[in-house]
Design a protein around this ligand. Structure first.
Ligand code: ATP
Ligand code: MG
Length: 178
């Protein structure tokens, strides 16, 4: 199906350690096309983890996201994006401007723990368990409501569900130049 959009808002949905940032970097090699709260916190405070900058970081992130969507540019919003309310805000900004793509990394919590422990700066185990506890209530099986396309990735493979034809839409992961 021909898509009316020139770009996509790509929203990974996954618990920490699942591999969101790794995948988004593969799909969006241009750093300008990926936005992440950690990066804004780093720019504002010198530390990726300094939560005192959250209000400003969130504000800047939405401003950048909205402007890119308005220009029809593809943007990956790297974050856990697990709660419905958080996703709804992103959907409101992107709707009608770019295609909305949910990338569900449905990776078992044990694998996330293992991958997390192997990285340089692991997050505390409780953080992973906290997000894992929210999963069932916020991430339904099948297509994620409000998205044009849901890409579901499991350790066994990948399934694409939705009305955006990803194969016929090379712009989806190509039109990322800022
Ligand atoms: N498909 C994979 N197979 C094996 N290891 C992987 C895979 N994807 C990511 N990893 C490894 O798992 C670790 C966590 O990956 P990554 O940082 O991408 O997770 P994340 O979901 O972005 O976590 P966070 O929410 O904390 O930012 C990294 O060390 C990464 O190299
Ligand atoms: Mg990450």
């Amino acid at each position: 199906m021909q898509s009316p959009f020139t770009g996509a808002a790509v929203i990974p949905i996954a618990i920490p350690g699942a591999g969101k940032s790794t995948l988004m970097k593969q799909w969006f090699p241009d750093p300008a096309s990926r936005i992440e709260l950690d990066e804004w916190r780093l720019r504002l405070t010198g530390s990726r983890a300094d939560q005192s900058a959250n209000r400003a970081a969130v504000e800047i992130q939405y401003m950048v996201f909205e402007e890119r969507c308005a220009r029809g540019l593809s943007t990956a919003v790297d974050g856990t994006n697990i709660t419905v309310s958080h996703r709804m805000k992103l959907q409101q900004v992107a709707r009608g401007r770019v295609g909305l793509v949910a990338v569900v990394l449905d990776i078992p919590v044990e694998i996330c723990h293992r991958q997390n422990r192997m990285r340089e700066q692991p997050v505390p185990d409780e953080v992973i368990d906290h997000f894992a506890g929210k999963w069932a209530k916020n991430v339904p099986p099948g297509p994620i409501p409000g998205f044009d396309l849901t890409i579901r990735i499991t350790p066994q493979g990948r399934e694409d569900i939705g009305h955006l034809d990803i194969e016929g839409a090379p712009w989806l992961f190509a039109n990322t130049t800022a």
